[in-house]
Design a protein around this ligand. Structure first.
Ligand SMILES: [Fe+2]
Length: 262
């Protein structure tokens, strides 16, 4: 059995974590950057994403937003109170945070509506080809992966990267200026809530993963968790690409066509 993991300092300082965690996070960072520095955010901030690209984004990412508490519920089903310290910590955290997700789907619909995509279109539209990459992966890992892998892939990787891109978009005066002042606050609520600032969620998720794995897990266990984290980032990237890449190809006269979110 692995030795017990304990934070050696503040939750939000990577140096508080064991060396294997620091190495794993550093190794994943290169892939994370492809999400956080994705071209989509620049297009969005400058208003250059356009009506089709915006609709593709809102409709294409919606399945993940709608399902996110479901992924956490699937993780919760894997816990058993009293089995281990990691199980206890995960159970307590998931029960509390599923509730926090309660209104986020509604806030996404508000954001979409403010950005010109009617809620009916988000609820009933067909996600553009390729945007399902992230939803499919999160469904797979949270239903069939280990508890640590599911939490690493969704609550650590996806929430962490989302915190960073949300902040990039939310901090943009140019982007905020695209929304009428009287509805701006409500429209941008989802972004504001997810913008990293002092969000500790991904760190708490990392602490849970470390507690589940212990202070000295087997190298293959660590490699697996790292792969799951990278796969989340890659799936995010594919989903983001699919929001507008097809549109560009279409503009350039290629035969590939995005399934219009209508
Ligand atoms: Fe959320």
């Amino acid at each position: 059995m692995n030795t017990r993991f304990e934070l050696a300092g503040p939750l939000t300082d990577i140096r508080s974590y064991p060396q294997w965690t620091q190495d794993m996070v550093a190794d994943c960072d290169r892939v994370k950057r492809t999400v956080v520095e994705h071209e989509l955010w620049d297009l969005m901030r400058s208003g250059a994403l356009g009506a089709d690209g915006t609709a593709n984004f809102m409709v294409g990412i919606w399945p993940v937003i709608e399902r996110f508490p479901g992924y956490m519920a699937q993780s919760l089903l894997k816990t058993r109170y009293g089995r281990s310290e990691g199980d206890n910590l995960a159970r307590r955290w998931l029960v509390r945070n599923i509730r926090v997700e309660q209104n986020h789907a509604e806030y996404w619909l508000d954001w979409a509506e403010g950005a010109g995509v009617p809620r009916q279109q988000v609820l009933e539209g067909t996600p553009p080809y390729g945007t399902q990459a992230l939803a499919n992966w999160l469904e797979e890992i949270s239903s069939r992966g280990s508890l640590a892998a599911g939490i690493a892939a969704s609550n650590y990787a996806v929430e962490g990267a989302t915190g960073e891109w949300s902040q990039i978009v939310y901090d943009s005066r140019e982007y905020q200026g695209l929304f009428p002042q009287n509805t701006r606050k409500a429209s941008l609520r989802w972004l504001q809530l997810h913008a990293a600032y002092d969000d500790t969620h991904p760190w708490e998720a990392l602490e849970i993963v470390c507690t589940l794995l212990g202070a000295s897990p087997r190298p293959e266990e660590v490699a697996h968790i790292g792969e799951c984290i990278k796969r989340s980032y890659r799936s995010m990237c594919i989903s983001m690409d699919s929001c507008y890449r097809g549109l560009r190809l279409q503009e350039e006269g290629a035969s590939f066509q995005v399934v219009a979110a209508a």
